[in-house]
Design a protein around this ligand. Structure first.
Ligand code: SF4
Length: 176
């Protein structure tokens, strides 16, 4: 007899907003933060509609785009709705992607208080020249600050995104 146990699912929340578009990026996002409140309202409605389809969430991931453009209150509202709509185990990994240049120490602490237990920081490079080449909005110093603030805010699970490419790419900008 087939099991009727519900299959857990990972919840991926795409936050389709960035302060500016990096020229190499193919992820969908728009540089218009004014539309974030409407997006959050629509997301909360969507979560209600998914309630019966996927009852158990075993990971939650806020990706983007730039999820750190959401305020801690907005993240908390979304997580509250997820907990109301799905069974979420106490040890569920809840990740939020953070871009340096969009956060400070208090904001990271706010995410921790909201229930986020893992950050993924879009560091990309420790070289300011490379960051400028990539069109990133932050400096290496801001990236290091962001990592230190994350640890000070209580995050002991932090991922760092780094971009690697063959050096022959350096002289040109192949996307232009
Ligand atoms: S911040 Fe990330 S998602 Fe946004 S445009 Fe740059 S690479 Fe793409």
């Amino acid at each position: 007899m087939a099991s009727t146990s519900p299959v857990p699912a990972g919840l991926y929340i795409h936050v389709p907003f960035c302060l500016a578009k990096c020229p190499y990026c193919d992820f969908y996002s728009i540089a218009d933060s004014r539309r974030i409140p409407g997006y959050v309202d629509a997301l909360l409605t969507e979560l209600d509609m998914c309630r019966q389809a996927v009852p158990i969430a075993d990971t939650i991931y806020f990706g983007g785009g730039t999820p750190s453009l959401l305020t801690p209150d907005q993240v908390e509202n979304i997580l509250e709705r997820i907990h109301a709509s799905f069974f979420v185990a106490v040890d569920t990994e809840i990740t939020l992607e953070v871009n340096p240049g969009t956060v400070d120490k208090a904001r990271l602490a706010g995410y921790r208080n909201a229930g986020v237990n893992r950050l993924n920081i879009g560091l990309q490079s420790f070289q300011n020249e490379t960051l400028a080449f990539l069109g990133r909005i932050h400096t290496a110093e801001q990236a290091i600050d962001t990592y230190q603030w994350a640890r000070q805010a209580g995050f002991d699970n932090v991922g760092l995104d780094l971009i690697y490419g063959p050096s022959r790419w350096r002289p040109e900008r192949p996307w232009r």
